[in-house]
Design a binder for this molecule. Structure first.
Ligand code: AMP
Ligand code: MG
Length: 320
C-alpha cells in the first residue's frame, strides 16, 4: 500500500468529489456532520428532496434543515438581522440551526421548507460536511439519515443498515462527535424550537437574556404557519374523480384535472410539484370563478402518504 497517509487523503477527496457530483445530479447522499449523519439532497431540486422523504418513509412533509458552507451562502437564502448574525458569527460552524425569513429569490424547493416562509439553516462543523458543501456549491437539505421513527445514526454503518439500497451514495466520516441533533432557534419571535447539541445556556449568554421555549411538537405543521403562497384560500375536497362545474380539479395519473400533480402517476414528481400546484390551482380557481379545489385520489403508499397528509391539512377547516 506504500505511503498510506497521502493515499487515504486522496481517497477521501475523491469520495467527497464523487458525492458532490451525485448531489448535483439530483441523487441522495448520506454524509457525516458533527451532530448525526445526514441524508442530503440538493435543496433547490424538488425531485431530489422528494427522494429524501421517500427513503426515510416519512409520513408527512416537515421542513428540513438546509446545510450551507458558510454565512455568505446562508445570507443568500435568508434575511439575517443583527442578532442572527451575531449568533451565526459565534456558533457557526456548529450544532445550531437558525430559523430565518426566506430571502426573495432564494431558489429553494418549497418541499425543503414545507411551504413555510422561513428556512432552518445550519453551517455544520464536520470537515467532511464542510468539504462536501464547498464542492457542491449549493444548499443541501438533510434530515437525519435514518428511516422515519428510528434512531438517528451516528456512524456510517447505522446509516447503511437502515437505508442501504435507497442511497445514491454515502461518505465515511467516523463517529459523530456531538451525537445529538442541532439546537433549533427561531429568531422572530425569539424561541428555542428544539433542544440540541448546543446548550441553551450558551445561546442565552450571547443574547444576554433568557430564551423562551416553543417546543410544542408539530406546531410548525399547522396550516396557519404555511406561507400565504402555499396555503390555499379555498376549501379543498379529496378523492374526486369527476370534474365539477364549481370546482377546479387537481389531477393525478388517469384523472386529468385542470392541472395535474403528475400525469404519469409518479409520486416523486407529485411530491416535488405539490406546493407549487396548490399555489397555481388557488390562483387559477379564483381567475375562473371556482369556489373549491378538488383533488384526484392519491394512492396512500410511500410518498403518497405524505402528499395526502399535506392535502388533508389543506382541506381541514381553518380556525383563524
Ligand atoms: P431534521 O429532521 O433534523 O432535519 O429537523 C427538522 C426540524 O427542524 C423540523 O421538524 C422542524 O422542527 C425544524 N425546522 C426546520 N425548518 C424549520 C422552519 N422553517 N420553521 C420551523 N422549524 C423548522
Ligand atoms: Mg431525525
Amino acid at each position: 500500500m506504500g505511503s498510506t497517509g497521502t493515499r487515504r487523503h486522496g481517497d477521501k477527496a475523491a469520495a467527497i468529489a464523487e458525492a458532490a457530483a451525485r448531489l448535483r445530479a439530483g441523487e441522495i447522499v448520506a454524509f457525516p456532520t458533527e451532530t448525526v449523519y445526514g441524508l442530503g439532497a440538493l435543496a433547490t431540486d424538488g425531485q431530489a428532496v422528494a427522494k429524501v422523504f421517500e427513503a426515510k418513509g416519512r409520513p408527512s412533509f416537515n421542513p428540513l434543515i438546509v446545510h450551507v458552507a458558510d454565512l455568505a451562502a446562508a445570507e443568500a437564502l435568508a434575511v439575517f438581522d443583527a442578532e442572527a448574525r451575531a449568533l451565526a458569527g459565534r456558533f457557526w460552524p456548529g450544532p445550531l440551526t437558525l430559523v430565518l425569513p426566506l430571502r426573495e429569490g432564494h431558489g429553494l424547493s418549497p418541499l425543503a421548507t414545507a411551504g413555510l416562509d422561513t428556512v432552518g439553516l445550519r453551517v455544520p462543523a464536520h470537515p467532511v460536511a464542510r468539504a462536501l458543501l464547498a464542492a457542491v456549491g449549493g444548499p443541501v437539505a438533510a434530515p437525519s439519515a435514518n428511516r422515519s421513527g428510528r434512531l438517528s445514526p451516528t456512524r456510517l454503518d447505522h446509516v447503511t443498515s437502515g437505508l442501504g439500497d435507497a442511497l445514491g451514495g454515502a461518505v465515511e466520516g467516523g463517529a459523530c462527535a456531538v451525537g445529538v441533533e442541532s439546537a433549533i432557534l427561531r429568531t422572530r419571535p425569539l424561541a428555542l424550537l428544539r433542544e440540541g447539541g448546543l446548550p441553551a445556556e450558551e445561546i442565552e449568554a450571547v443574547l444576554g437574556r433568557p430564551l423562551p421555549r416553543d417546543l410544542t411538537p408539530g406546531r410548525v405543521q399547522a396550516p396557519g404557519q404555511l406561507s400565504s403562497h402555499y396555503a390555499p384560500g379555498l376549501p379543498v375536497r379529496l378523492n374526486v374523480t369527476e370534474r365539477a362545474p364549481d370546482a377546479l380539479l387537481i389531477g393525478f395519473g388517469p384523472v386529468a384535472g385542470d392541472l395535474t400533480l403528475s400525469a404519469s402517476g409518479d409520486l416523486r414528481e407529485a411530491a416535488a410539484a405539490l406546493f407549487d400546484t396548490l399555489h397555481r390551482a388557488d390562483a387559477l380557481a379564483r381567475e375562473r370563478g371556482r369556489a373549491r379545489l378538488d383533488v384526484a385520489p392519491i394512492p396512500e403508499v410511500g410518498l403518497g402518504r405524505a402528499i395526502v397528509d399535506r392535502l388533508t391539512r389543506a382541506a381541514a377547516p381553518r380556525n383563524g
